[in-house]
Unconditional design. Structure first.
Length: 285
């Protein structure tokens, strides 16, 4: 089976209604490592119900349509797909309790050619179910490594932000837990690639890998530290995933400040591997 361009482009997603509680916001924060220092009260604000604050990357786990590309009707070799890029635009403060609605659509598909894979672009709008206000818009690029050559369009491919050509203004190292993937999947992404050794081996990894969105969350934590732990300061964040992370590794994020923008990249220094690249964030005026 191969990708049917028209069918995939017009894929019908059910509207996802999700009731969220403080427990969910805390579970997400714990999944990306907040609270690792029990004496750090800046981190405590995101993992303790007293005056709880919500992380700006939290929307990535809300209104999620599930592992839809595993559906045989998509024509995608789901075992070989990886998360390519993720963006978040935050329109309004995120609630820690209430009900949200996620509406997802496919916005584009690019055929990179036989043996080179395909790109599937999706967008998800997250709204407040009570008043209909738009909370966040999420953009996603999935790299389908085994699905190129189906005869689809070869572009356009979204350009990536370029990092400044100077030393970083900050470099922040944050550890991940050995069980980070097992904890993070409780947010709703149950892809067995992050839990089953056999599935990971079939995908070409010697053990389960960390969710790309968990890696992004760790980088978001690094940005938050640069912003003095003020979640309201962040307006948008986007990143390109360049290599997998194994749970238990320490992630080092280099950050550049350019006016109202932040540029960043994240690496696993112990393996000298860049895992996030072309990171970009905007700050509220």
């Amino acid at each position: 089976m191969s990708i049917d361009y028209d069918r995939l482009l017009n894929w019908k997603f059910p509207e996802v209604r999700q009731r969220i509680s403080q427990r969910d916001a805390i579970l997400y924060a714990l999944g990306i490592g907040l609270g690792s220092d029990p004496l750090d009260e800046n981190q405590l604000r995101f993992v303790y119900e007293k005056s709880l604050q919500v992380l700006p990357t939290y929307p990535v786990v809300l209104g999620y349509p599930g592992f839809w590309l595993k559906d045989p009707g998509t024509g995608v070799d789901w075992v070989r797909l990886v998360h390519g890029e993720q963006g978040i635009q935050i329109h309004r403060p995120l609630p820690s309790e209430g009900e949200v609605i996620g509406r997802t659509r496919v916005t584009g598909i690019v055929d990179k050619g036989a043996g080179k894979g395909a790109l599937v672009y999706t967008e998800r709008e997250l709204t407040n179910a009570e008043n209909g206000e738009l909370l966040a818009t999420l953009t996603n690029t999935t790299f389908c490594r085994g699905d190129g050559g189906f005869g689809g369009p070869t572009g356009p491919v979204k350009p990536a932000p370029q990092l400044p050509q100077r030393p970083a203004d900050a470099s922040i190292a944050l550890p991940t837990l050995s069980q980070a993937a097992l904890l993070y999947r409780l947010n709703g992404d149950f892809n067995p690639l992050h839990a089953e050794p056999a599935v990971a081996r079939a995908a070409g990894f010697d053990r389960p890998i960390l969710h790309g969105l968990a890696t992004m969350g760790v980088a978001g934590h690094a940005l938050l530290r640069v912003m003095d732990y003020d979640p309201s300061a962040l307006s948008s964040i986007s990143v390109r995933f360049s290599a997998p992370v194994f749970p238990g590794e320490t992630l080092t994020t280099d950050v550049w400040k350019e006016g109202g923008e932040l540029f960043f990249r994240t690496q696993v220094a112990s393996r000298n591997v860049l895992v996030l690249n072309n990171g970009h964030a905007t700050l509220r005026a």
